[in-house]
Write a protein that binds this ligand. Structure first.
Ligand SMILES: [Ca+2]
Ligand SMILES: [Ca+2]
Ligand SMILES: [Ca+2]
Ligand SMILES: [Ca+2]
Length: 476
């Protein structure tokens, strides 16, 4: 009897060793590992019910979270359980769609070049230059100021639209320093900290605060930098102080942002592992009307990086330089790239808000920095055309690009490098008014004012209803 149980234990350990073998793959000739949370799995079920949960628990798993919106259970193997055998037995059931490891996601690594403080650098708010933010034209270290905004014609775009606070952008990242002096006017506290399980998605890393400033730092306040869009910014903290997180928390952040009424989700993060549950979450947010924008990654490889490589997500590659920016050498590439945007490199770093103090700014580069330029542009377009669907926002961004590299779409730049002014000034939205009424607008800017007014009124009414409904939804 003893012998038989020993044999089962050995078999179990062998099976376990096999199932937990670290997956390896190659990037730039270097072997990389797919990191997972040991013993944790995501189970996609056809229909959530108590019988099913009981059967999962009977098979040796503890259900730690249930994500009803996409029918996913997050489970933990109990001590001494033969994981491989349990998974095999569960997969035999018709009611289970998939079982996958809880993968580790990482912020798209950013290189912090230098942190500075803007104390005492304020210019007069009445300054005639526009914008009047001191770092727009120049900066203390490299002297190129906000080349990244100039190259996409942000200042010309602001002549068309500066942004509207009814539009919400969710920064799904390491959190945001909400007290930063160049962010606080645009921050709204409706996000969540999934890492520490509290109501304050504060930033203990710096990455999320830098991303947030590119999208929505306060422009024309005579201080710091100019952000691309004067819209509302919320934070979902899914990455810890080192920039690491888990797929289950990323999923919860995406779903919570979508349920909180976010219009645009910025995802400067990812994993090289495909996850069905992550795709389910992206599809959920997409069906709620969210525009999702993600970084292609910084490893100069064509290996698909998720969620950027998912079809419903806009994948952003990185450029640098002025006046003729070119592909940044670290940027990933491939058939899955949608567009490119300034992410910075040697001498041309992206200057934005940082978490070290309420006056801190940092020079950084990476596809993490390219991505929020596209999120900011999506927010401006949504402000100008409040009824535009996520598909229409994406099309307007793609059609407004400046072609780079090989003619037409290519693997390095996607459709091309985004241009904020061209997207706002020349790309009409095809369906305005909703309720199946299609109004084709040619030269949106020349339309009578009342049409624009009507559109904004409808949008404000819709958002008010949306927010009123959201107030009654549970947080988790
Ligand atoms: Ca402020
Ligand atoms: Ca917190
Ligand atoms: Ca500013
Ligand atoms: Ca091209």
């Amino acid at each position: 009897m003893r012998k038989r149980s020993d044999l089962i234990a050995v078999l179990c350990i062998l099976l376990l060793a096999f199932s937990m073998a670290v997956k390896t793959f190659t990037v730039n000739g270097e072997n990389m590992e797919a990191d997972v949370v040991s013993g944790e799995f995501l189970i996609g079920v056809r229909e959530m019910n108590e019988t099913l949960i009981a059967s999962v628990e009977k098979n040796g798993f503890e259900v730690v979270k249930r994500i009803d919106q996409i029918n996913v259970l997050v489970v933990k193997a109990r001590n001494g359980v033969c994981v491989e055998a349990s998974i095999k037995s569960l997969l035999d059931s018709q009611s289970i769609r998939y079982i996958e490891p809880n993968y580790i996601v990482k912020m798209t690594p950013m290189k912090v070049v230098k942190v500075i403080e803007d104390k005492g650098l304020q210019t007069s708010q009445e300054s005639r230059s526009s914008p009047n933010d001191p770092f727009w034209f120049t900066d203390p270290l490299f002297g190129v100021g906000q080349w990244n905004m100039r190259v996409i014609d942000a200042d010309k775009a602001w002549g068309v639209e500066k942004g509207n606070h009814t539009v919400i952008v969710a920064v799904i990242d390491t959190g945001v320093r909400r007290t930063h002096h160049d962010l606080d006017a645009n921050y709204i506290a409706i996000g969540y900290d999934w890492v520490n399980d509290d109501n304050d998605p504060d930033d203990d890393n710096g990455h999320g605060t830098h991303v947030a400033g590119i999208i929505a730092a306060e422009t024309d306040n005579g201080y710091g930098i100019a952000g691309l869009a004067q819209v509302s910014i919320m934070a979902e903290k899914v990455l810890n102080e080192r920039g690491y997180g888990t797929v289950d928390n990323l999923i919860l952040g995406i779903i919570h942002a979508a349920d909180s009424g976010a219009d645009i989700l910025n995802l400067s993060l990812g994993t090289y592992e495909y996850s069905s549950a992550l795709e389910d979450a992206v599809n959920y947010a997409y069906d709620k009307g969210c525009v999702m924008i993600a970084a292609v990654g910084n490893d100069n490889t064509d290996r698909p990086h998720y969620p950027a490589a998912l079809s419903k997500v806009i994948a952003v590659a990185s450029t640098y330089g002025e006046p003729n920016d070119v592909r940044a050498p670290y940027s990933n590439y491939g058939s899955w790239v949608t567009v490119s945007a300034p992410g910075g490199y040697e001498g041309y770093y992206v200057l934005s808000t940082y978490n070290q103090s309420d006056d801190a700014f940092a020079y950084v580069y990476g596809t993490s920095q390219a991505t929020p330029h596209v999120s900011g542009l999506a927010a401006l377009y949504k402000s100008l055309h409040p009824t535009a669907t996520n598909k229409e926002v994406e099309e307007a961004i793609e059609r407004g690009v400046e072609d780079k590299g090989k003619e037409g779409w290519d693997e390095l730049y996607g459709y091309g490098r985004v241009n904020a002014y061209r997207t706002l000034a020349t790309i009409p939205v095809t369906s305005v008014g909703g309720e199946g009424e299609i109004v084709y607008l040619q030269g949106r800017l020349n339309q009578p004012v009342y049409l624009a007014l009507l559109t904004s009124l409808v949008a404000v009414a819709l958002l008010t209803v949306k927010k009123a409904l959201n107030l009654h939804l549970p947080r988790k």
